[in-house]
Design a protein around this ligand. Structure first.
Ligand code: SF4
Length: 324
């Protein structure tokens, strides 16, 4: 039944693919499958929202997008309240159609060539010491957006001494060239999320390839051995513990240093429903399992996202990775 529904969703997505700004809210309703959210998943709202407003003001001033807003992240209030955000470059329209994701998809606009400069100015205004930059997937671009990532890193480094973390798409079809491009001005942390287990890729991550994603992480590490690599999964989509552990092993064998595991939360009734809520105890057990496999650090919990507390994740990992 679950697979049948996902196929319906995928067909609707593909029929409308490349129509400008297709909003997920037009997709079918999965209301009948919604599990009650457990008590342990609680989003905290700050009592004073002045800092949130200020973060938004700076983002709008520099005409920048964040995945926090575009993907309806549950941690938005907490992160914006601390003056941090994960920037989303290369536009707000994705050329893929992953049914878990709240980002718009369709035909993207041209790249904003001023974005690297705008980004570097916003970082100064926000007074950040650590920045996370991600992007939509741009299969329409010859280099899949790799040069734009590189331009952003270069522009930021020119203005400020800061830790730069990039969360990249899979650079489908141009993997080697993309690695080459990004390695010219490498980030401090290179992150590519596997998102889920390979058995569910055709439903959860259509258009992506599990082995290619692993290869991206592995090849980047071979070329940039001193850059921390990181990857993550969102759980609760029907994967088994055995499958999660196998993915952990694959990531470890690809040289990945940091693992993040979080709970998938359905952004709207039109997205894939949550199949299971993972308990805090299970997350703890998975974290122990990851450490026993050999990861230097594993951050596991319901609201963990790869960019959540990214600065803290980095510093906690640094003590182990670089002995500082
Ligand atoms: S966890 Fe990441 S994506 Fe979510 S609000 Fe915080 S910085 Fe943004």
């Amino acid at each position: 039944m679950y697979e049948k529904k996902i196929n319906v969703l995928r067909n609707i997505h593909s029929k409308k693919l490349y129509k400008k700004e297709i909003l997920v809210k037009v997709l079918p309703n999965f209301n009948d499958h919604i599990l009650k959210k457990p008590d342990w998943i609680k989003v905290r709202f700050p009592s004073n929202i002045d800092k949130i407003k200020n973060t938004k003001r700076i983002l709008r001033k520099h005409k920048l997008n964040t995945v926090c807003e575009q993907a309806a992240c549950p941690n938005l209030f907490e992160c914006f309240n601390k003056g941090t955000a994960t920037f989303m470059i290369l536009g707000t329209t994705c050329t893929r159609r992953c049914p878990f994701c709240a980002v718009d998809h369709g035909k993207p606009l041209n790249i904003n060539v001023n974005e690297p400069i705008q980004l570097s100015k916003a970082i100064l205004d926000l007074d950040l010491n650590h920045v996370v930059i991600t992007s939509v997937v741009r299969d329409d671009l010859k280099d899949r957006g790799a040069k734009h990532f590189s331009n952003c890193i270069q522009a930021i480094r020119t203005n400020r001494n800061i830790i730069i973390e990039i969360l990249v798409p899979d650079f489908k079809g141009v993997l080697q060239d993309a690695i080459q491009t990004i390695s010219v001005f490498p980030p401090d942390i290179f992150n590519h999320n596997l998102e889920n287990v390979p058995r569910l890729y055709k439903f959860v991550r259509p258009g992506a390839n599990y082995k290619q994603s692993l290869r991206l992480l592995e090849l980047f590490k071979i070329k940039n051995s001193d850059v921390i690599t990181k990857s993550g999964l969102m759980l609760g989509l029907g994967e088994t513990t055995k499958e999660i552990i196998q993915v952990m092993k694959d990531l470890f064998n690809s040289g990945v240093n940091i693992l993040t595991l979080g709970q998938y939360l359905q952004p709207s009734n039109s997205h894939i429903p949550v199949q299971r809520y993972i308990s805090p105890l299970e997350f703890l057990q998975l974290e122990e399992q990851a450490l026993s496999i050999g990861f230097e650090r594993a951050f596991c919990g319901s609201l963990v996202r790869s960019s959540y507390h990214a600065e803290l994740q980095y510093h906690k990992s640094l003590t182990i990775l670089k002995g500082t």
